[in-house]
Design a protein around this ligand. Structure first.
Ligand SMILES: Cc1ncc(COP(=O)(O)O)c(C=O)c1O
Length: 445
């Protein structure tokens, strides 16, 4: 076994960790050549990360949008420990257990979609992959196969091959172009503070209506990131547009999948985005915040009629999907503990307070004419650096992120889009500090 840190008395713990990282680790979404030094994190509590040299940093992105209640949450840690001692893991075909059943029941109740089933997997990409496979096989099992998928332009749904295909128009996956199936996309009229693109929405909806009138019966599903498209730049669209688009899909019997991997678990102020829309989807994809951001878990929630279409006399109509860790009891216990915290008195008031601090910050920054398209929904605040390069990892994003990190604030702008998405436990002064650092950077530019 490799020795623990530090190993070389001449190196600090941070230096030793970074040097051994360089020798052995490949990081996600990273161009290693010319990359900034990685942040060697040693511990975390609440909204604060602490590095190996005891410097502290505000986690203003909830550790890639997963953390809800803050790091080091005792209730979740205790649930994990207790479950690990009781039943750590067991395969989930031909077997069941209490944490999985209680979690499925709880998700169904909270999603308010009526009777249905929950299929558990490991992460957001697999939650989407499962929904996609269910949609395609649903039509196959009914004896009228449909194979095309409709998605929102710029959408991101994960990094497995099906999910990459759905997110093809995001441009993230050009290297895998030859592998991806084609997906038809719908343009998304964006909204921000003071901008309500009603006529553009009507124009897009008219186009979709005409297209579906010709080819509607080819589509096996419509998939959307409801109300906020995350990875393509925290782009917001209106409830009016989303519900009208989904209603059009339903008019052609096209099942609608809400990918709520990012928007779920109160990120937008309600348990799920679908509780803010007049339209109710057929399937929900969940992950990220499902365990409070502590353990990896994916869930695909489907209405009963989809499950029923897989019943039959042989395995041929069953869903051929499963992972070694499907319904891992420890992750399910973490999710149940997190859901309990969501129900505590004062939870919604706290979210409203965080949202108002974010709104105040965006409004103040908006006075700077370089800041455009300010927007806040739930606990997501975003704005754009006008005139900047909008590509992922391009433009001012990196220098701003570096500047902020040096001052103890973690942000990861998406191209020219700067956003804050703190854990729900964040304090007013911490939000204010993040905006202060951004203002300092703007003042120097
Ligand atoms: C909307 C959406 N769907 C799916 C995914 C993929 O989730 P994961 O990274 O857990 O595979 C993400 C990740 O950011 C996402 O934002």
């Amino acid at each position: 076994m490799p020795p623990p840190f530090p190993t070389d008395p001449g190196l600090s713990k941070s230096q030793a960790l970074l040097s051994r990282d360089r020798e052995s680790v490949w990081h996600p979404y990273t161009q290693h050549q010319g990359a900034d030094l990685f942040l060697p994190v040693a511990s975390a509590k609440g909204a604060v990360l602490t590095d190996t040299a005891d410097n502290t940093y505000l986690d203003m992105i909830s550790s890639w949008w997963v953390n809800l209640h803050g790091h080091g949450c005792d209730a979740i840690a205790e649930a994990i420990g207790a479950q690990a001692r009781r039943l750590d893991h067991v395969h989930f075909a031909g077997v069941t257990h209490e944490p999985a059943v209680r979690l499925a029941e709880s998700l169904l109740e909270r999603a308010e979609l009526g009777a249905g089933k929950v299929f558990l997997s490991d992460n957001g990409s697999t939650a989407v992959e499962v929904a996609l496979k269910i949609a395609l096989q649903f039509w196959q099992n009914k004896g009228c196969p449909r194979s095309r998928i409709l998605a929102l332009e710029g959408g991101y749904h994960g990094d497995t091959v099906g999910a990459m295909s759905l997110g093809r128009s995001s441009g993230f996956f050009n290297a895998f172009e030859s592998l991806l199936f084609s997906v038809e996309t719908v343009a998304v009229p964006h909204t921000w503070l003071g901008h309500d693109p009603v006529s553009e929405e009507d124009r897009v909806l008219d186009g979709v209506r005409r297209m579906l009138a010709e080819r509607g019966r080819e589509f096996a599903a419509l998939i959307v990131e409801p109300l906020v498209q995350g990875a393509c730049g925290m782009r917001f669209h209106s409830e009016r547009f989303l519900s009208a688009l989904c209603a059009l899909a339903h008019a052609f019997e096209i099942p609608v999948i809400f990918d709520e991997v990012m928007t779920g678990f109160y990120r937008l102020g309600t348990h799920f985005a679908c509780l803010q829309t007049a339209f109710k989807p057929d399937m929900l994809c969940l992950s990220k915040g499902i365990t409070g951001g502590v353990l990896p878990l994916g869930a695909t929630v489907v209405r009963e009629r989809f499950f029923e279409a897989f019943l039959g006399g042989s395995f041929a109509t069953a869903l051929a999907h499963g992972h070694s860790y499907t319904a891992n009891p420890i992750t399910c216990a973490a999710a149940l503990a997190s859901l309990e915290l969501i129900g505590v008195p004062g939870f919604q008031e706290r979210l409203a307070a965080v949202s108002s601090w974010l709104s105040a910050g965006v409004e103040r920054l908006g006075a700077d004419r370089r800041i455009v398209k300010g927007r806040v929904r739930g606990t997501i605040a975003a704005f754009e650096l006008g005139g900047e390069d909008a590509r992922y990892g391009a433009g001012s994003g990196r220098p701003l992120a570096r500047f902020a990190q040096e001052r103890g604030v973690i942000i990861r702008p998406l191209g020219n889009v700067v956003y804050l998405m703190p854990p729900y436990c964040v304090e007013e002064r911490q939000v204010a500090r993040a905006f202060e650092v951004i203002s300092e950077w703007l003042a120097r530019e």
